[in-house]
Design a protein around this ligand. Structure first.
Ligand code: SF4
Length: 304
């Protein structure tokens, strides 16, 4: 970012997304992947769970110092009058109330499994260790995971169970832990990562978000999240309001969020093994509107 203004940075991102890497299409990146079953791994001794030489996940030192737990608790307390996402609806989730996102303090998860439909640099041979969280604060009319994000499909779980899921995914050989739609459960996630780190979690963490994130919350994730994987859905607030439940602030908030993510993690570069361990990857979406149906395609991801 040195030597570049914010305007230049955002312009570059959009230009690259639309023109720079045009036909690396990754249709349905957010779609439930039909190829999520674990492939036959017999005979792949060289593909055992491993991290790139010298890689240490960002959260490990904060776990050791107690800062990770402290930040998780700070986020947890924010649910008293919830301000975890830009809706800032002020609901007391700790008393069991549900916010605009339909989430209370009860963690709810739709599924977790190795996922092979993500970007190649996140998948490797054993998949990205994806955890799909139920509910969402953005609530887009075209959501591909509408049954999970809008209709609340999923099962209640505990923070310990979430930590165990991460450890399971690590045992399966996944290359990272990929939190899909994490924003409203950011407190649960940090507390679970703290627990899992104590039991040996060492995989990079991917924050797979709609991009509509508050700076205050992102600053609490600094030094914890290794890879930011945000969408950039709208540059027009009116469109955002129309198709994402009145979120007219989406463009300005998301641009600021992307800059903060970039500030924290810098340029994303695959390591020598072709896998991503750190950085910011932005997903640009292409929305097609027919008279009776929406189609939403993940157009591509760009590294910035
Ligand atoms: S995370 Fe949910 S409850 Fe909290 S501010 Fe956002 S919509 Fe409201």
């Amino acid at each position: 970012m040195k030597g570049h203004s914010r305007r230049q940075f955002i312009s570059s991102c959009l230009y690259l997304a639309l023109c720079g890497s045009p036909f690396i299409l990754q249709f349905g990146c957010r779609k439930k992947d039909k190829s999520t079953s674990l492939p036959d791994i017999s005979g792949h001794e060289n593909d055992q769970p491993k991290t790139d030489s010298g890689f240490e996940p960002a959260y490990l030192s904060l776990h050791k110092s107690g800062e990770l737990k402290k930040r998780g608790e700070e986020l947890w307390n924010m649910m008293k009058s919830c301000e975890l996402c830009p809706r800032m609806c002020g609901v007391n989730r700790l008393e069991g109330n549900e916010g605009f996102c339909r989430a209370s303090s009860q963690l709810k998860i739709s599924s977790y499994h190795p996922h092979f439909g993500e970007e190649k640099s996140l998948v490797g041979k054993r998949g990205s260790g994806t955890i799909f969280f139920t509910n969402c604060g953005l609530r887009c009319v075209f959501c591909i995971n509408w049954d999970v994000s809008l209709e609340g499909k999923g099962d209640p779980g505990t923070i310990k169970e979430l930590a165990d899921m991460m450890l399971d995914l690590q045992k399966m050989g996944c290359r990272n832990i990929n939190f899909v739609t994490p924003t409203h459960y950011s407190a649960h996630i940090l507390l679970a990562v703290d627990m899992a780190a104590a039991k040996g979690l060492r995989l990079p963490l991917v924050y797979n978000t709609c991009g509509w994130e508050r700076l205050e919350i992102l600053k609490k994730l600094a030094g914890i999240i290794d890879i930011y994987l945000p969408d950039f859905k709208y540059s027009d607030g009116k469109m955002a309001a129309k198709y994402s439940s009145g979120s007219e602030t989406y463009p300005e908030i998301t641009k600021a969020a992307l800059l903060e993510m970039h500030h924290q993690m810098g340029v994303a570069k695959p390591a020598n093994d072709g896998l991503m361990y750190r950085g910011l990857m932005i997903r640009q979406f292409l929305l097609c509107i027919c008279s009776w149906q929406f189609y939403c395609f993940g157009l591509n991801s760009i590294l910035v």
